[in-house]
Design a protein around this ligand. Structure first.
Ligand code: FMN
Length: 216
């Protein structure tokens, strides 16, 4: 099978969130999509290791938001590479709560969908969750973040937990060489300006060590 064929699929970028017990959960996904209009339903594929997935299944609710192009690597690094049990991902962002007391981002997002879990399908590594939309909100008219924009302009990476994981991105061949050497985190795409990269350096976005950086 030619896996390059999968790279032709296009996506957007989203944050899904949930609340279970007294705790807030959230993660970046590229797999949120509308599947029916009447009734309005969304689906999302979540990795079984994601604690947000567990919170969604435990609580029976989730909230999806559409990221805009203004979302930066700090936001995507927080929600896309960290664990909601280890850090409060929402604390440094402006948020509101939906009808199920689930927090959602109010900046760098274009729309919000609050959902009840209507069904699930076990896909091995991931669970496909179907959500019945109970409330929607338009939050901005900024252009929405596409997966292509995230990789090409923001130069972000994708962790193996994303169904669309393509391995580590290499710099594009048409990129001009930098005057000073720089280092790129192979996990999240964060760029360290300067050379050498300190041996004890930790990526400020995803927390990986210097061994996960490549010179560009
Ligand atoms: C660009 C991008 C796309 C992602 N897409 C998905 C996805 O569709 N499904 C998924 O389960 N995880 C996806 N992830 C990974 C999760 O966001 C990541 O594993 C997160 O740390 C999980 O957080 P949690 O354990 O707090 O739930 C994606 C991450 C990035 C950066």
């Amino acid at each position: 099978m030619n896996i390059q064929a999968f790279f032709k699929l296009s996506y957007g970028l989203y944050v899904i969130s949930a609340r279970s017990g007294e705790k807030n959960y959230g993660c970046v996904v590229n797999t949120l999509q509308q599947v029916t209009a009447e009734p309005p339903m969304l689906s999302v594929a979540v990795n079984k290791n994601s604690v947000t997935a567990k919170a969604i299944l435990d609580s029976g609710h989730f909230c999806g938001t559409v990221l805009t192009e203004t979302a930066d690597l700090n936001l995507i690094g927080t929600f896309g590479f960290k664990n909601s049990e280890a850090v409060d991902k929402f604390e440094s962002f402006s948020t509101k709560e939906d009808e199920n007391q689930i927090p959602y981002l109010t900046e760098h997002v274009a729309a919000r969908y609050s959902c009840d879990v209507a069904g699930t399908l076990d896909l091995g590594t991931h669970i496909l969750i179907i959500g019945k939309v109970t409330e929607t909100e338009i939050l901005s008219d900024e252009p929405v973040m596409t997966y292509d924009y995230y990789h090409r302009v923001i130069k972000g990476g994708t962790p193996p937990t994303a169904p669309s994981y393509k391995g580590n991105l290499k710099p594009k061949t048409e990129e001009k060489p930098e005057k000073t050497a720089r280092w790129r985190c192979k996990i999240c795409g964060y760029i360290y300006d300067g050379d050498p990269l300190p041996a004890d350096y930790l990526c400020p976005i995803c927390g990986q060590g210097a061994d996960k950086f490549e010179k560009i």
